[in-house]
Design a binder for this molecule. Structure first.
Ligand code: GN1
Ligand code: MG
Length: 368
């Protein structure tokens, strides 16, 4: 079905002016639609939910629960807040639903676009990193009193690193994985890298089973390009890409945000020398984050902040590498070796994080 026809299923005032792909998501397909009337404009994000999500209807229900909790809370705190915090709103269809299912079984949904704000593909500098930290901390605060049981788990096992290891082990047994390993020294080096870190995979799950920390509501995907920065004030204004908002550990978010925001080279860099955990960006990110998160982080939570950065970086490398060996069926790619290259970046970053452990822990203690 044509996009221009599809978008008409949703109730949006005015006439459609344009609809075009936007963003660089690795999973969903995303479009920006502009509607205009004589005197106003509506910018709408139209998305086709990827089939990697087994229960798209459950995701839509999660979004409903999340916005139902967050919008009134944001309004209640608006007067005392130091800025206007935003969160996308769901657009209804003419059938009174908030999604539309196409003839191929794909779920489509429309969300209001965050006003005059930009999500950058790479960190612009320390101030940007601090604003990303503030946006994540504020988001976690916003959902800190939302019962995780009110949300379904959209991707069971998402960020449970030992489960990715199991999947990796299964993939290793397949003939195509064997061929890819035989063909590439680089791939064999990465397999060794994983072997040397099997124990690391358990660190957060072990702490969770010892009840040192508990499940809360997390964002699930707080990478730099999912954090909107106000075009006029330069301040963080919203977290977007809310499909993975679900029960999890705040550490999954902290670790994922740092691995994305504090590596200025980004996820697609081919020159590995540029891939580093930048200590200045890390300090700025933590400053912004901890200011907002101070209220709800426990001492035990703080214990594992460094480890979460190392773990989630390792985990994403493992996920890219496993997908490469399996024939790139999960992450979208533009060329055959892309997931192998993405894995190299994350593993290089993981090494950089390991070599900076002491300094990173000192930064965290200093800002505590
Ligand atoms: C995927 O689709 P996107 O680009 O928002 C992935 C994240 C990864 C990220 C790495 C549902 O996010 O977990 O960190 O790629 N999302 C899912 O760029 O797997
Ligand atoms: Mg995402």
């Amino acid at each position: 079905m044509e996009l221009a026809v599809l978008i008409q299923r949703f109730i949006i005032p005015g006439r459609l002016v344009t609809i075009n792909p936007t963003g660089n998501g690795n999973v969903n397909d995303t479009y920006l639609a502009i509607f205009r009337t004589t005197f106003e404009e509506h910018q709408i994000i139209l998305q086709r939910i990827s089939k990697v999500f087994p229960d798209p209807k459950g995701i839509m229900n999660n979004l409903h629960v999340l916005t139902g909790h967050a919008h009134p809370k944001l309004e209640a705190w608006a007067e005392t807040a130091d800025r206007v915090w935003q969160m996308p709103n769901l657009v209804h269809t003419h059938d009174g639903l908030d999604f539309f299912v196409d003839e191929m079984g794909y779920y489509w949904r429309a969300l209001t676009k965050i006003s005059s704000a930009t999500a950058f593909e790479a960190t612009q500098g320390p101030e940007h990193a601090a604003e990303c930290g503030a946006a994540l901390g504020h988001f976690q605060w916003l959902v800190s009193d939302l019962d995780p049981k009110a949300l379904i788990d959209p991707l069971p096992g998402f960020h449970v690193t030992p489960q990715y290891l199991d999947l990796y082990d299964k993939t290793l047994g397949s003939p195509q994985a064997g061929e890819r390993l035989t063909a590439s020294t680089e791939a064999r080096r990465m397999a060794k890298f994983i072997e040397e870190r099997r124990e690391l995979a358990m660190i957060l799950q072990d702490a969770l089973s010892r009840r040192e920390m508990s499940l809360r509501v997390m964002h699930g995907d707080p990478k730099v390009s999912n954090i909107m920065i106000d075009d006029f004030t330069g301040k963080g204004t919203a977290m977007i890409d809310l499909d993975t908002v679900s029960p999890g550990l705040v550490h999954y978010d902290f670790g994922d945000a740092v691995r994305s925001i504090c590596n200025p080279a980004g996820e697609e860099e081919l020159n590995l020398r540029k891939v580093v955990l930048d200590p200045d960006l890390f300090a700025s990110f933590c400053r912004g984050y901890l200011k907002e998160a101070r209220e709800f982080l426990t001492d035990a939570d703080r214990e594992y902040l460094y480890d979460s950065v190392r773990l989630i970086t390792f985990e994403l490398g493992l996920r890219f590498f496993q997908d490469y060996l399996a024939g790139s069926v999960y992450f979208k790619t533009r060329y055959p070796e892309q997931n192998l290259n993405r894995a190299r970046v994350q593993f290089r970053l993981c090494e950089s994080i390991e070599s900076r452990e002491r300094a990173m822990r000192e930064t965290l203690d200093r800002l505590a």
